[in-house]
Write a protein that binds this ligand. Structure first.
Ligand SMILES: [Zn+2]
Length: 309
């Protein structure tokens, strides 16, 4: 599972976490040398009992619909003869709004985090003077929760990402972020143009033989939503993609890896054949096509000469 694949110092946002292009090529080389690339159709056939997967089967996925995916990832995949799957959320393109997950990502990583953290709570206090925000402040005694939520972050930031996603009402979070974001990053329309694949880009991905799958509209933590709300997020996202690409969408990736029994029922009802979690596993359960685990690129070494396995 990948997000950004770019040499960040060549962009306006040098602080964000990204897989460098050379590292990405190294990982792909390593996988091709030691594994067997498969396609989404092979995975579907496997789960439907119509085919086996080779030993060392691997498949690459890219979340959140960044321009990097067309500019830097697709040329590499084509060079190695690989198919990849790409999962854009539709809110930036349909509503012209930067999803809160992205606002948080850019504020957290591209700005001074302690400043952002204090400014977030100061803004919250100003916009919502009657809300007691103290339960959402960082408490070092709960650092284990933060670490479990965000494996690759420092505890204070992991905590902040966790409470803004799992504990705080999203209406409050969104209002605060909407106020803070333009101060650091300017207008959302230009930011969206610079950051995200547009519909033509997504059609280009398909024309290059890549798979495009659903990732909801706004990138919510699905398990926090009612079944009806989940259905709306999933179906609106998938239907818009289907309409733009001219084909049904039957592959999905859970934002944050979050899902519950309702999510699985909705995907089954909507004809989804393959869905990716963020559970870190390398063994597939043939009975669970809608719970395919994924390894994060941050878990993988990239220099093939230093890899032992
Ligand atoms: Zn995502």
């Amino acid at each position: 599972m990948y997000h950004f694949v770019r040499d960040v110092e060549q962009t306006r946002y040098g602080g964000i976490k990204a897989r460098r292009v050379a590292e990405f090529v190294g990982q792909v080389e390593h996988l091709c040398r030691h594994g067997q690339p498969v396609r989404a159709a092979d995975l579907v056939a496997y789960f439907e009992g119509r085919g086996e997967l080779p030993a060392g089967a691997f498949y690459l996925t890219f979340d959140d619909g960044f321009v990097d995916h067309l500019r830097t990832v697709v040329p590499v995949l084509k060079r190695f003869g690989l198919e990849g799957a790409f999962f854009p959320m539709t809110e930036p393109l349909v509503r012209g709004r930067v999803p809160s997950v992205e606002k948080l990502r850019f504020l957290n990583y591209n700005c001074d985090f302690p400043t952002i953290y204090e400014e977030f709570f100061a803004t919250l206090g100003r916009l919502f003077p009657n809300v007691d925000a103290s339960p959402w402040r960082f408490d070092p005694s709960r650092a284990d929760l933060a670490a479990a939520y965000a494996r690759f972050d420092q505890p204070a930031m992991g905590h902040f990402k966790r409470v803004t996603t799992l504990e705080m009402p999203w209406s409050i979070r969104d209002a605060v972020l909407d106020e803070m974001f333009p101060r650091y990053f300017g207008g959302e329309a230009e930011f969206i143009r610079e950051l995200y694949l547009d519909w033509d880009n997504l059609r280009e991905l398909r024309a290059a033989g890549m798979v495009v799958g659903g990732h909801t509209v706004t990138h919510p933590w699905l398990a926090r939503l009612s079944a009806a709300e989940q259905d709306k997020e999933i179906t609106e996202g998938n239907e818009r993609l289907a309409c733009e690409l001219g084909e049904p969408i039957d592959v999905f990736a859970y934002p944050y890896g979050s899902y519950n029994a309702d999510t699985l029922a909705i995907l089954r009802r909507r004809g989804c054949r393959l869905a990716f979690t963020t559970k870190v596993e390398v063994v597939l359960d043939p009975a669970r096509p809608l719970e395919v685990p994924r390894v994060d690129t941050n878990d993988v070494r990239y220099k093939s000469e230093t890899c032992e396995a």
